[in-house]
Design a protein around this ligand. Structure first.
Ligand code: 4AD
Length: 533
């Protein structure tokens, strides 16, 4: 359909394009549609992502935002002038190339363009990001350019697919999307991490969550979801925290926490499986994600009450014959073995390199391999140092406390699929969570923890409906009652049981893509210590 359209479009505008083409009028197509054009002559427009040269030949890796395609330029075919112009082009120079599409499974994307004509649109002199390793702070400073590189491109495509599939899931299931305000007069999730602003002389805050407004809308619409930016002023520099992140918050009238958990499970499973399907190339070829691990979402998500999760974490309760402590000890041994094996290979390759006499291609490969092994060993050593600390903190975990990042990591190690921890201590959760009947020490909250060390990606609960309990909690949390009057109205007029949850978009993308740090999953991250570019 898209391919057809692009051909029609071309017929309309071919006149203006034709000045660039040397040999014949062709249609401009996107790389992702090349399968529809095998054996035809097309024009691709994009940027040079890499170039190799041979005798009278250029192999230009072109990227156009929709994919990558190797373009083979033969001097005899295109003539000396164009050949020289293309040969002189540098990394990220923009260009248009016309040529014959050939299927070639060995090439990235599966197609190749045999160039017959083209033009350089704009040069790119001294592009600051090269194919060598750069420090992450440098890359973050150059985020506006870094977005063009292969891994970042793949991550942004995954982000796009995740957003689309989230909307699709809710739209197909009868939810109404709503936009909650970003400027708010009150806190939703505690007062310690609010960004305050001056709203025409009165205090206001950047929204931490759209939930309270979502509750109002659910009473009007039945089932709603928000999809918007939220802000937390936590001064934490972890790989899971952003100051500005996107949250998806469904809210459902007449739902209890059981139904809430069913929805979370169905939602996460559906989105993850659809994204795997849609982004197979990005996930496997570029991000090297192990899809078998992700496909574990097909299994039921274990639901574990908080008090049981604490026992599992402390190593006092087994899961499938293992305890958290035994699994960590095994992992420590395996990590140490892995480090020694890598070190042996590094020593071996370094002595071969030092001995000399290796051909250039092989030598480069060996040097890259050594660099890769060293980087891997740096991560592994960090892990080997962390594990004994994790064991200590798991053993000594205090019943009643909130799980920290490493506690979540340890807990999820015992399970292959995501887990849901529910019925949390009242003391550590937000004011709006419903108390467990007959036990005011616990509330009907639920957190979904992703496996492989990714930790909490969803937090939700059934909401308190008893206005007197709410009034007391607002007071206990030191919140000003007057700004919550509108929220209390929801309990005064036709109050019903209801529940909902919040999914951190970037946390989900980090897990799906297998990325180490959350900062790479959002185009322009805002986090403690960084607000530029
Ligand atoms: O658990 P949280 O704080 O829950 C709420 O805000 C509720 N109002 C949600 C609801 O019931 N409607 O946050 C929900 C999710 C977390 O599970 C996490 O995925 C993400 O938001 N999140 C963050 N993501 C990135 N950086 C941060 N600083 C985050 N804080 C929370």
């Amino acid at each position: 359909m898209v391919a057809k359209n692009s051909r029609c479009l071309f017929t309309q505008y071919s006149f203006s394009y034709s000045i660039y083409l040397r040999f014949e009028q062709t249609s401009m197509v996107y790389i992702e549609n090349l399968q529809d054009f095998v054996g035809q002559t097309v024009t691709l427009k994009g940027w040079q992502a890499n170039m190799r040269t041979g005798k009278g030949l250029l192999f230009i890796l072109l990227r156009d935002g929709s994919g990558f395609c190797q373009c083979v330029v033969n001097e005899e075919e295109v003539g000396e002038e164009l050949f020289s112009a293309l040969k002189a082009s540098t990394l990220e120079a923009s260009m248009e190339v016309t040529g014959l599409v050939k299927a070639d499974e060995r090439q990235i994307g599966g197609y190749e363009l045999q160039v017959t004509g083209g033009t350089v649109v704009n040069e790119s002199v001294d592009y600051p990001i090269s194919n060598k390793e750069h420090g992450v702070e440098f890359l973050m400073d150059k985020r506006h350019l870094w977005l063009r590189s292969r891994k970042q491109w793949a991550l942004m495509r995954v982000r796009n697919a995740v957003s689309f599939e989230i909307h699709r899931f809710f739209q197909e299931n009868g939810f109404v999307q709503m936009d909650a305000p970003i400027l708010t007069p009150n806190a939703a999730e505690g007062t310690t991490d609010l960004f305050d602003i001056d709203f025409f002389g009165r205090p206001a805050y950047l929204s931490q969550s759209g939930q309270l407004y979502g509750e109002a809308m659910a009473m009007a619409m039945g089932r709603i979801y928000t999809f918007g930016p939220t802000f937390r002023a936590e001064k934490s520099k972890t790989r899971r925290h952003l100051s500005e992140f996107w949250m998806i918050e469904p809210e459902m009238a007449f739902y209890d926490n059981e139904k809430n958990m069913e929805l979370i499970e169905d939602f996460i499973r559906t989105v993850v499986l659809r994204v795997i399907d849609k982004c197979k190339f990005e996930l496997t070829e570029i991000l090297e994600r192990n899809l078998d691990m992700l496909r574990m979402v097909e299994k039921p998500f274990p639901r574990i009450p908080y008090t049981e999760a604490v026992k599992i974490l402390q190593g006092k309760q087994e899961v499938n014959g293992k305890t958290s402590i035994s699994i960590l000890e095994e992992e420590l041994k395996a990590t140490q073995t892995h480090i020694s094996e890598n070190q042996a290979e590094i020593t071996d390759k370094e002595s071969l390199i030092a001995a000399g006499g290796i051909k250039k291609g092989k030598l480069n490969w060996m040097k890259n391999r050594v660099a890769q092994l060293k980087a891997e060993n740096k991560d592994l050593s960090e892990q080997a140092e962390n594990i004994p600390q994790w064991i200590e903190s798991a053993r000594n975990f205090k019943d009643g406390a909130d799980f920290g990042g490493s506690d979540e990591t340890v807990l999820t190690k015992l399970f292959a699929s995501p887990i849901m921890v529910y019925n949390w201590p009242t003391k550590i959760k937000a004011f709006y969570m419903k108390e467990v009947e007959g036990n005011a020490d616990f509330v009907k909250g639920v957190d979904l923890l992703a496996p492989e060390g990714y930790g909490e990606i969803v937090g939700g609960s059934e909401r308190e409906t008893d206005i007197n309990v709410l009034l007391k909690k607002i007071e206990d949390h030191g919140l000003p009652q007057e700004v919550f009057e509108w929220y209390l109205d929801l309990r005064r007029y036709g109050s019903v049981p209801h529940a909902g949850f919040g999914l951190g978009l970037e946390r989900l993308i980090t897990w799906i893509s297998g990325t180490r740090h959350i900062r790479e999953t959002i185009p322009f991250p805002r986090m403690y210590g960084r607000a530029e570019p």
